[in-house]
Structures are given as C-alpha cells and as structure tokens.
Design a protein around this ligand. Structure first.
Ligand SMILES: *Cc1c(COP(=O)(O)O)cnc(C)c1O
Length: 417
C-alpha cells in the first residue's frame, strides 16, 4: 500500500500487510455469506416487481402510498418474515423497539429480558419515571443474567410461563459478551415456547442484519426490530427503522406507530423512498465491508497486544468489535483518530459528554454523511473501566484501514507517554 498518510509508521504499514494476510480466510467466509444475502435481496426485489414509480414521494396522510406498502412487503420477504413495517416514520432503532414493546404488552403483563440488562436507551422505555414508560403503564419487568456469554436456558424455561414477551438482544450493546447467532436465538425461542406456548419472542436485531445468511424471524423469533441508519439501511437510508415478524403482531405495531384504530395505512414520505430502497439493496454489500472492517480491527489490535471481543477469527452475529484499551487517554486517542480520518467533520474533536439515555459519559467518533449513522465507520465508548472502545461500520475496508491504522498509531504514541 502506498503511504498517503505520513503519520503512519513503516512498522504499522508492515503490520497492515500481515493483518490482511491473516484475515484472508475470514474475508472469504464473509464473502460467501454475502453472496447468498445479495441473492436473497435481489430475489425479493424481482419477486415484488419493484418499479421506478414506487421510489417517489407522498405527502400529507400518505393514504394509498403504494411505494411505502411495497417496501414493507419487500422487507418482510428479505428477512423471511410474514410481514413488516419498514418506515422512514420510525425515528430510530429505539423508537421501533419501543413501538413493538408497547404494541405487545398490556397492564399486568410481564416483560422478560433473557439477555441481561437491555441496551441503555431501552431502560427509559421499560422503567423510566415520568416519561410514560412501560412500568408506568403497569407492565412488569424481569431480567435473566447471561452465563458465560450465553442465555441461561434453564432460567428461561423456569421464568417463561410468567412472561408475555421474552426480549432477546442479539448484539452486545456495551456489555462484554459476543453477539448471539441466529442458531442461539432459535434455541432460546424454542425453550421459551416449550415452557409457554403463548409467549411472544421479540428480538432487538440492531447491528445484526445480514451478518448471517438468515435473520431471527427465520429462526423462531415472532417479532424483531432495528434501525435503518445501521446495517439494514446500507449507509444510504437517511432515517428510519423497521419491525418484522408475525402478521398479527406487525398489525399491532402499526396501531402503535400511528394511532390506535388508524394503523399502518398512514405515514407519508415527503423526501421519497429512493434512498430506503437503494440502501436495502446495498445493505449486504455494506455489511460485508463493515464485517471485514471489524475483523481487520480485531486482528490489528490483537497483534499490538490488545484484547478484542470477538477475536478476529470468531463467528460474528453483529458488526461490532470491542477493543480493551485500558486507559482513558488511549480510548480518547482512538476516538479522535477515527474522527480525524472520517469523510465529514474530520476536523472536529470528539469529547466525552452525558448523552441522553446513557448512564455515564460517552465519547463518540462519527464523521458520517448521515448524522448518527453507525453503519459508517464509527466508534463509541462509555468513559468507565475497563475502557473498552466499541467500533462498528465502515462502507469500505480500505477507508476503514486508513482510519484504523491511524488509530493504532495514536494508541502507540499514548503508550510511549
Ligand atoms: C443502536 C442500538 C439500539 C438503539 O438504536 P438507535 O437507533 O440508536 O435508537 C438498540 N439496541 C442495540 C443493541 C443497538 O445497538
């Protein structure tokens, strides 16, 4: 590689060559999965007869917006679910998950989280006070801690009979455990349903889309939700989220997304749906690059002596890699470097701040074309022991390499101080 970045040492460039060599077998596995995923996406586009006339905009109520309705159907087919809402009207992944939980749960019901404490932004949805949370509507909550990175199936079987909804978070969030595979989700769903045939299994699929050759809704989950400014938006969608799963449950989500009694018939897209369709089409291509970025980062930092999770050659159920940097100085240097090698706002300096919905100060590097997009190369970290940085995204491995080599350089400089 010709060195365009004079701040990266010759030693690191040599290491880059080693990393690429070590990662080759993993890259090949990723390419195989994504060849399959692109076929499933293309097949859904042709089967659903996606036409140019569907890509445009609608206004007002959005009654009869056939582009929007066809997008729902397309998304459902891609993820192997009976039905879906794939909408620009979802503000975020948290919004989609919140809509799903409020759609499924009624006063007196119990929400059982099988994967420990849920993602930080869901804590307000479940137990917040003075915000109209599930707890304030009389919905009970229990959580099962994970054991050695896996769902505690015995505890799940024992608790499921009390639950209306079992919530499974596929990605790690800010926890020190690997993402769950669809196989593990399938096993947990079967255990929960054997113990309680009426239970609804709901999956937080954020960061998981297209990482494997199937999705949780094709592996026993009744419903799943996620964000379109992560994997499923292919770095093209400018906003939005989705829910997908059993048709009766998706219908209920429609009534929660708009208004009870009105449902999914409403929702216009004044900016048009071209980016949402295009993003979905690109999603397996972009997830391929994000997975390669994740593998590359894990190998690079493990060769530099840092613990990473997962290991570079471990199977992946999401696009996230955590690097244990151990000191706040190295963590901040890593984030500054990723920001400095971003296409947008490269000159900005990320600083730790008390982000709403999160429990301690967070530092984030995100120089993205879409604000807050984490399918573009980004990293974030809570400022707390053991100073793990969580990185994800990357629209192309080569751009990611440039940023990660610079991050490695900055971390090495901190080591010498
Ligand atoms: C990102 C994320 C969310 C929330 O999505 P937003 O779009 O940021 O609101 C929820 N759960 C997990 C596991 C996530 O990674």
């Amino acid at each position: 590689m010709k060195n365009y970045d004079c701040e990266i040492s010759a030693r690191l460039l040599e290491l880059d060559a080693q990393v690429m060599k070590d990662c080759a077998p993993c890259f090949e596995r990723i390419e195989k999965t994504q060849f399959h995923n692109r076929q499933r996406v293309l097949r859904a586009f042709t089967d659903n007869r996606i036409a140019a006339s569907l890509l445009g905009s609608s206004t007002g109520y959005g009654f009869g917006d056939s582009g929007r309705d066809r997008l729902d159907k397309l998304f459902a087919d891609i993820v192997g679910a009976p039905d879906a809402l794939c909408r620009t009207n979802f503000m975020s992944g948290t919004h989609a998950l919140s809509v799903a939980l409020f759609a499924l749960l009624r006063p007196g019901d119990l929400l059982l989280c099988a994967t420990g404490a849920p993602y930080d932004t869901l804590r307000g949805v479940i137990g917040g006070s003075g915000v109209g949370s599930l707890a304030e509507f009389g919905v009970g909550y229990e959580q099962l801690e994970m054991r050695n990175g896996a769902i505690d199936l015995a505890a799940l079987a024992a608790a499921a009979p009390r639950a209306k909804v079992v919530h499974i978070q596929r990605s790690r969030g800010y926890a020190a455990r690997a993402a769950l595979s669809c196989g593990e989700i399938e096993q947990a769903a079967a255990v929960a349903k054997k113990a309680n045939p009426n239970v609804t299994v709901m999956v937080d699929n954020c960061y998981g889309e297209f990482c494997e050759s199937r999705e949780p809704t094709a592996a026993g989950a009744d419903l799943m939700a996620g964000s379109l400014i992560k994997n499923a938006g292919g770095a093209v969608a400018q906003t939005g989220g989705y829910v997908a799963g059993r048709a009766d449950l998706v219908e209920l989500c429609g009534h929660r997304l708009t208004a009870p009694g009105t449902g999914r018939e409403l929702g216009s897209s004044p900016a048009g749906l071209r980016e949402t369709y295009l993003g979905l089409y690109f999603a397996p291509c972009v997830v391929e690059q994000a997975l390669k970025t994740s593998v590359y980062a894990a190998r690079l930092f493990s060769l530099l002596g840092y613990e990473t999770s997962p290991a570079f050659d471990a199977p992946r159920g999401d696009i996230v890699t955590a690097v244990r940097l151990k000191t706040p100085a190295k963590l901040i240097a890593f984030c500054e470097a990723v920001q400095a090698r971003s296409p947008v706002d490269s000159f900005a300096a990320p600083e730790p701040w008390p982000m709403p919905g999160y429990e301690c100060d967070i530092i984030m590097a995100a120089g993205a074309f879409t604000a807050g997009s984490s399918i573009e190369l980004s990293c974030d970290a809570p400022l707390r022991e053991p100073y793990d940085v969580y990185m994800q995204g990357g629209v192309h491995l080569d751009y990611s390499r440039a940023a990660l080599l610079y991050a490695a350089q900055r971390v090495l400089t901190e080591e010498k101080k």
